[in-house]
Design a binder for this molecule. Structure first.
Ligand code: EPU
Length: 418
């Protein structure tokens, strides 16, 4: 595919309303869950993202039929005909690992490979494998290949860390397993709740999702259903951060304000006015912003790691200094180099980063190194003087549906050039 770039003329405050896309991090495990369901599944508000296409290619390879048209993903599962996911497909994204639980549970044996995904430091899957072993899986690992077999049974599981992916994989493995599974120290992210709601709509019995203890009572079969994917809280945070950084005012419609309180609290500390009403968030910003003193990423309901880069970009021109502490991933400051090239004053030290606000950023050519880092550079470009060219858009396209279209509708001057 030809290399494309976004060309951004900075300095235009974002104003207006937007409707947020469906959540990438929810729809991906829902697509994995399709392996478990007989018949037809319809996912409404399904975003057209390269990761979604990668997941639907895996489903097609496994024997399902998938079609995405205008936000509606239709999947027909008349039987899984293949139990190996090729290495190239596994490498396309990290969340391909959530096919492991359902594929094993459905077929009794499968072959997968270690997943790919954003480079945020080492991303092991030891918790996924340990839990599946406790549920009766025999797993043979060699040279990145995972050969797995076993009839799964419910188990009492304790996660050493509330991993989102491991919690999802276990729930997906447990819904058709014999007996009861309890996950202690489960991830509490809203996407876990969405997965449980979807599975329950298909006939599963999952309770406690969204708390630190999830309980699954195995059932014999699941039937497809029609389900509306939750709104993407990180995409919402991205557009709010862009409005904050440009001194704009926007209303994000069709989102869940309750899922974003840790983020909206930071915008308030920065001097923005933020109101939420039912499923809308309004943000009004006037420049200069003030630095929030300290942002520490934590599992939900703490400040999300996925919003760290976004808020770092919004802090580049804020008065004062903000200290970031990234506690979830080892290497999630790769956007800082390009922010510094645009004029930001950022000092990195291990898991800490300190941003000292500067008067101005200047546009230049920058490269997305991962999904949220790319979004951070986009935000910086919108608030910089002059022209910013953002390249390596494949990272951005994994998680944002047509961002230039959304931003243009808010008054940004931005074009995609192929
Ligand atoms: N971890 C392990 N062993 C495991 C699993 C995780 O050590 O078996 C570690 C990871 O290396 C990491 C931490 O635990 O340091 C958290 O990982 P987690 O499993 O919670 O993350 P994930 O499931 O790989 C999802 C999202 C990420 C998001 C994180 C944290 C999806 C597809 N991805 O990843 O989203 O940052 O949860 O909230 O749901 C993004 O959207 O840009 C993104 C990276």
């Amino acid at each position: 595919m030809a290399e494309s770039k976004l060309v951004i003329e900075g300095g235009h405050p974002l104003r207006g309303e937007l409707t947020v896309q469906g959540a990438k991090n929810s729809v991906l495990p829902l697509l994995s869950a399709a392996v478990l369901c007989d018949g037809d599944i319809v996912l409404e508000r399904c975003p057209a993202l390269s990761d979604v296409y990668a997941a639907s290619r895996i489903l097609t390879h496994l024997g399902c039929r998938c079609r995405l048209t205008q936000g509606r993903m239709e999947i027909r599962n008349t039987g899984i005909t293949c139990t190996e996911i090729p290495e190239t497909m596994m490498h396309e994204m990290r969340s391909s690992i959530t096919f492991l639980g359902p594929l094993l549970s459905r077929s009794g044996s499968c072959t997968l490979y270690l997943p790919g995904g954003c480079e945020l430091g080492p991303r092991p899957i030891d918790m996924h494998l340990h839990a599946l072993r406790q549920m009766g899986a025999e797993i043979h690992e060699s040279h990145g290949m995972l050969q797995v077999q076993g009839r799964l049974r419910g188990a009492e599981l304790h996660l050493p860390f509330p991993s989102v992916g491991a919690t999802e994989n276990i729930i997906l493995a447990a819904v058709l397993a014999r007996g009861q599974t309890r996950i202690h120290n489960a991830a509490r992210e809203p996407e876990i709740r969405d997965l449980a709601d979807f599975l329950n709509a298909c006939g599963a019995r999952v309770s406690g999702a969204g708390t630190d203890t999830v309980f699954v009572q195995g059932v014999d079969r699941l039937q497809g259903c029609t389900y509306r994917v939750m709104p993407d809280r990180i995409a919402a945070a991205t557009y709010l951060a862009a409005a904050a950084a440009t001194g704009g005012s926007v209303c994000v419609q069709d989102c869940c304000p309750g899922d974003l309180t840790a983020v909206t609290e930071v915008f308030r500390q920065m001097g923005c006015r933020v109101y939420s009403h039912e499923n809308r968030i309004y943000l009004q910003s006037s420049l200069p912003l003030h630095a929030a003193p300290y942002i520490r990423t934590m599992p939900h309901p703490g400040f999300p790691t996925d919003a760290q880069a976004l808020l770092m970009a919004a802090h580049c021109k804020a008065r004062g200094s903000c200290m970031f502490e990234e506690t979830i991933f080892d290497s999630r400051y790769r956007h800082a180099d390009d922010l510094i090239r645009m004029g930001a004053d950022i000092r990195l030290s291990g898991r800490a980063a300190v941003v000292h606000g500067v008067q101005r950023l200047s546009g230049t050519t920058v490269h997305a190194t991962d999904l949220r880092g790319g979004a951070a550079l986009l935000i910086a470009g919108l608030s910089a003087e002059g022209i910013t060219e953002l390249t390596e858009l494949s990272h951005l396209d994994r998680g944002y549906e047509n961002p230039e279209h959304v931003l243009r509708s808010l008054g940004a001057k931005i074009e995609r050039i192929t």
